[in-house]
Design a protein. Sequence first.
Length: 324
Amino acid sequence: MERKAELGITLTALLIITMIITYNVVSANAEALLQITTDKSVYVVGEEVKATLKNIGDAYIEIGGYPCVMMYTYPDLEPVWPKIFAFLIWGLGPGESETWTWNQYNEFTENPAEPGMYVVRDTQGWGLSADFEIIPDLELTMTVNKDIVPIGQQIDFTLTLTNIGKNNVTITFGSSQAFDLSYYTKTKWYRWSDGKYFLHLVWEVTLKPGENFSQTLQWNLYQYNRTSGKFIPPELGTYSVWGTCVGMPGATTASPTRIILVLPGDVNADHIVDIADAAVISAHWYPGPPEGPLGYGANADIDNDGNVDIADAAIINAHWGQSW
């Protein structure tokens, strides 16, 4: 009876040792051959997070424990997923990968994950990691008063942040700035906020489900030169402008808004001021009489005074025949 008990204890001890050894099996050069990535860098509340471990080397990598990654809050490094691991040996061949999906449920607190920064790390001691952020269920949209704009004219960008979720969301701002605009050229990003100063204060906006918060920014897309401290006009052409909410990092317009900067009078953006532009003015003549068949058109309102009239026709006349 004692021998059976001893045998049982021995087998149990061997099983525990085997499990520990299995969990810690790693390849000496795994850190250089593996990488961890997430399918996105920013997720809204409730969106699935996919983390992938990929073998980017040319050798088979043996791994102990499944999954071999863990997700934490950042920077506190409180674990959120997974709570249970399988003790087994598996591996990845060259080019192979394994993906895990997290449903944003904190298995340790048994509650939905809170918005904030997170990091996924390996459990093997390789030093692999990938950061990501969870933001409240907010939607940022942007509209403009016109998209074909004479160079130098201010454009009205209206940004609207809407709570499309089911819970109240509070956005905290660290200055008087709530939104920003930006576009990229071949060399760098330019922002509406460049060269501007904002009051340092903390304020909040709480949005109930369905509520929104809007602000209109005026910008002629001029580029701030930090060396000279002057605003430089950009080249004529097409620009893709993004909107962001500075109080909620990751809250960005789903797609950019296209703005075409043109010579004054080139209302159809065909690179020349001619009879075609005059025809656009005639079609949108407003308020009349007589009113143009197409009614008011913001792009035809060259001087941006709310009317399409003789003043706009005079601008076309002044630049007749000019091209770019």
